[in-house]
Design a protein around this ligand. Sequence first.
Ligand code: ZN
Length: 551
Amino acid sequence: MTKLFVASVVIAMIQLTTSTIIVAQVDAVAIAAMDDVNPNHIKADMNYLADDLLEGREPGTRGFALASKYVESAFMSMGLLPGVNGASYRQPVSLVKGTVDQAGCGVTIVGKKGKSDLQYDVDFIVLPNLLHPVSEVSAPLVFVGFGIHAPELGYDDYKKIDVKDKIVVYFNQAPESFPSNERAYYSSPATKYGEAAARGAIGVISMQLPGDQRISWDAAVRRSKQGITRWANDAGVAQNTFESLKVITVFNPEHAEKLLANTARNMDEIVGHLKRATPQSFDLNVNAKMKVKTTKTAVASSNLIGIIPGSDPVLKDEYVIYAAHLDHFGFGVPVDGDSIYNGAHDNASGTSILLEIARTFKGMASPTRRSIIFAVVTGEESGLLGSDLFANNPTVSRDAMVANFSIDMPFFFHPVLDIVPYGAQHSSLAKPLGVAAKHLNLGIGPDPFPEQVVFIRSDHYSFIKKGIPALFIKSGFGTVADDKVDRSVADVAWRRTTYHTPQDDMTQAFNFDGAATHVKINFLTGYLVANETARPTWNRGDFFGGMFGSK
Ligand SMILES: [Zn+2]
């Protein structure tokens, strides 16, 4: 009896020891599963999702409903468990879309030199106000540089000025001297609105930097006609809005002198300060009257959530989340006679890669210790809406979500030899990523274009904001010797000419083996995370961990 007791204690101790020292490895199970990754599966799923028949998969349309049905059926055929209360794959996402009634909008500048009415679409555009059908404001204007308060980076445009009950005027983006992902965070409109609102400002005028190549004024005007969309809570109230900011106006930077007329400043001086990252703020010595009239419509959409349960009695209650957005722009302004915005690369590709990642996990001889969630989300193009709703209202406890991998137009127009893993420098996810990349013989490179602020522009950012470490993996520019194209040039050119146009369709020269590489690197990194005993952590002192991390 005693002996037996001792023996069982020893066994228990051995079990305890083995379970606490598990360092996940690239093992035979993972290698065999990856052997079955099939580029044709990705091609076939994209072939359907990006077809003209789906009419660009805009949330609330028949095309989006067909795409959702397709993903739901794929989840079903793989045998994923329904992720919403074990009963359904669908998580409802209520959206509120607002467009402005131009006739009911106006901006008037009133100063010592008189009054000037500005022209809609020429001098300014106004953002819809999703909380009030009519909203107006009349207040002094104050210029606040980039509109950024970043004490940890030694930068503060608000240091010497009180903006309470005033309208703040600032330029978009953030100083070039900021590290890439911090620059992305501080460039985010939501960060800037939040800062202004917290300081008591009651309106905003923002402007593109003069010479910013990313979007022309005409393109900004065209895009504004689509309105803005937010997800709504159960009471139907649009979320991520700023009640105290009565009117938010976007100004044409070419006409910025109209705002400077009552100061001794000029644009060259101001832009010089922006370029040198010198904080600045001053009164513009004018008042502005701004008014916006908004028409709202409700749109019903949904996320799709499937689960593969883990095998460990304890860790199966924790989850690794893969996310990809299914939505695109639907019909839009015709370009070269085509009005269907198919979104083949953006993001039929990411959805199809996610489905193949799910097949790879399902094909394994034994499941991972943690559970895996596959979230195909809606409303990304309108501001990461489906993923933000999921991260705020997860179908499992938020604390149980240990890591996120998002897949969104990863670039596979050539064989993928190296990757750019956004987010890797912030958390311990760099370690399993490094192991996986080494196994797959992939190089790892830095962010090639920080000015694109990629880090805040896709669904992983919704998880980051809830304190969940995340990775967003894109292809690097490395290519095979006989590829005569400079892929760094081709990538930038694609963003300028094809991105968000009807030409992002299946006629493009995709390299589906490159897509398969994205399946493998995302799968293998997630496999290691799902099997490692310790959950991922933010790096000590990390900016995003400190801003959003709860542990
Ligand atoms: Zn997009």
